[in-house]
Design a protein around this ligand. Structure first.
Ligand SMILES: Cc1cc2nc3c(=O)[nH]c(=O)nc-3n(C[C@H](O)[C@H](O)[C@H](O)COP(=O)(O)OP(=O)(O)OC[C@H]3O[C@@H](n4cnc5c(N)ncnc54)[C@H](O)[C@@H]3O)c2cc1C
Length: 498
């Protein structure tokens, strides 16, 4: 079976869905091919034991790590991609993140353009995802030409107290910008939303945001259950002819004038590597390289005298160690609250402990998340062996991360939390994966130009977290969405005219 579309988008996550929303008003015939299906409400969607202990939403897939060990990645294949389970923090990279940064253990290259270039699309992405936030609290906040569309998500009473305690020890907690309608979320069940799947309960994920807007246009079609296996080149080796995908037991081909790969940083790289000898769009030899994820640690601050009865918790961020270590040394990273970590969630990580004891720990803990930049390293990479994905993540900048966790523990002690339990996130959690098909001004140093167009193939774009040349130390989605809208405008201007 063969059809032709103006644009085929591979993947309906943050990059693909948002790009589709930007392209849809052009009237171009757009097909979105999504490997997963729509998530629907079941008994498991708000059951922490099903989600965290039994992993019912995780894929039936194993990747191989750098030591040759198989692991089951927390990489979610649904309409909306990883955003279905995301924490909905919609935060901009800081202006400084667009420039090279020197760390003790290496440096970042910066972006091929400044923050100011992306700024208008950050505003549009915040509008599309109905971001809720408050300007003027975070000392690292970059300039905004538009206010947040909605006021910040309120702190629950226990978290308002935690905010005061952290402020008393000289930190400047700010309201995390979030894409969540709390009332609607809580009506669906009294749980946090971070790592819980959204089934129309008010979390502004890629399905509820970009995809819903795109599909309101009659020229946009979504095909679910369609797993793209390779891109096919024209005989001139320059232009992409179309894509081959599996739908059930059938292999299908769809012709496209323009292809946007948005399968996520691991899968877009894997797709390009599988599509041609030596990899498609790979003159630089860099497709799959520079894989980054954040260095992240959960820090449970325990005060046995105080009860944390919050449900969602996730409303605070702290950037006092973002631009430097607090004493003018290299930056350390961002601190933010996790979604509320309850007994059943702790049990998934501490299997030997009885759940009642973990419930006690949880009642007296405020759950923080320390996050530091991972630096681009060409040896940190995605490779493929037929259908098998290999992910050899080489962590970097770990010393800065350890210092960030130490700083947080020190301030927590000063704020009256006598104990802190810490646990780093491991390689099975590639939540903030990025960098594998990066943008750059030099075709020798990056597979994509600054508009995410493949230097080697004029009708191929890669628009997902792959394009990010740096991981910064804040959550990636809003930057993916902003660039997706910028790229869509560029395509409409340069490729769809006439
Ligand atoms: C638990 C969790 C919490 C997170 N919290 C936050 C947060 O609070 N804030 C934030 O900014 N970020 C957060 N993230 C990260 C965020 O979800 C990602 O940065 C974002 O989704 C990346 O967008 P993407 O387009 O690159 O990939 P995705 O959104 O994952 O989209 C990729 C899509 O491609 C599809 N696909 C893959 N392969 C194929 C194929 N071969 N054919 C067809 N379709 C395919 C997938 O099914 C998926 O729909 C979180 C992630 C997780 C897992």
């Amino acid at each position: 079976m063969s059809e032709t579309f103006d644009i085929v988008i591979i993947g309906s996550g943050m990059g693909g869905a948002t790009c589709a929303a930007g392209l849809a008003p052009s009237g171009a015939e757009i097909l979105i091919l999504e490997r997963g299906e729509r998530l629907t409400r079941t008994a498991a969607t708000r059951d922490p034991r099903a989600i965290f202990q039994r992993g019912v939403f995780r894929p039936q897939e194993t990747w191989i790590d750098g030591a040759g060990q198989p692991f089951n990645p927390g990489n979610y294949y649904y309409v909306g991609g990883n955003t279905k389970l995301y924490g909905a923090v919609l935060i901009r990279y800081r202006a400084r993140d667009f420039h090279p940064i020197e760390y003790a253990e290496g440096a970042t290259p910066g972006w091929p353009f400044d923050y100011d270039e992306l700024e208008p699309w950050y505003g549009r992405a915040e509008a599309l995802y109905q971001a809720r936030g408050a300007l003027g609290q975070d000392p690292t906040e970059p300039p905004h030409s538009s206010p947040y569309p909605l006021p910040a998500v309120p702190d629950e009473p226990a978290i308002a107290v935690a905010r005061q305690r952290m402020a008393r020890v000289g930190l400047r907690p700010f309201s995390l910008p979030m894409g969540i309608d709390v009332e609607k979320w809580l009506a669906g069940g009294k749980t946090a939303w971070d790592s819980f799947p959204n089934v129309g309960d008010g979390k502004m994920d890629a399905e509820a945001g970009g995809l819903a807007v795109a599909l309101a246009h009659p020229n946009v079609r979504l095909q679910t259950g369609a797993r793209v296996e390779r891109l096919i080149l024209e005989s001139d080796g320059k232009r992409i002819k179309g894509v081959e995908y599996r739908l059930g037991d059938e292999t299908r081909f769809v012709a496209a004038k323009l292809v946007v790969a948005s399968a996520g940083a691991v899968n877009s790289a894997a797709l390009l590597l599988r599509s041609a000898e030596g990899g498609l769009a790979n003159r630089s030899g860099l497709v799959g390289r520079h894989f980054m994820n954040h260095n992240a640690t959960a820090v449970l601050a325990i005060d046995p005298r105080v009860v944390n009865d919050s449900i969602y918790q996730k409303t605070l961020g702290i950037n006092d160690f973002y631009l430097d270590d607090g004493r003018g040394g290299p930056p350390l990273g961002n601190i933010q609250l996790l979604g509320r970590v309850t007994g059943p969630i702790l049990k998934a990580n501490v299997k030997w402990a009885p759940e009642w004891s973990l419930h006690w720990v949880s009642r007296h803990a405020v759950d923080w998340y320390a996050m530091s930049e991972d630096l681009p390293n060409p040896e940190s990479r995605v490779t493929v062996d037929g259908a098998q994905i290999h992910l050899d993540w080489k962590r970097s900048n770990w010393r800065a991360h350890v210092r960030l966790v130490d700083k947080l523990r020190e301030r927590l002690r000063a704020a009256g939390y006598p104990f802190a339990l810490t646990r780093p996130f491991d390689r099975r959690t590639p939540s903030h994966q990025c960098g594998t098909v990066r943008i750059g001004a030099d075709p020798k140093a990056a597979p994509l130009d600054p508009y995410c167009r493949a230097w080697d193939h004029p009708n191929l774009f890669v628009v997902d977290a792959s394009f990010l040349p740096t991981s910064a130390a804040v959550n990636p989605s809003l930057s993916v969405a902003a660039q997706a809208l910028r790229v869509a405008d560029h395509i409409v201007k340069t490729d769809l005219k006439g």
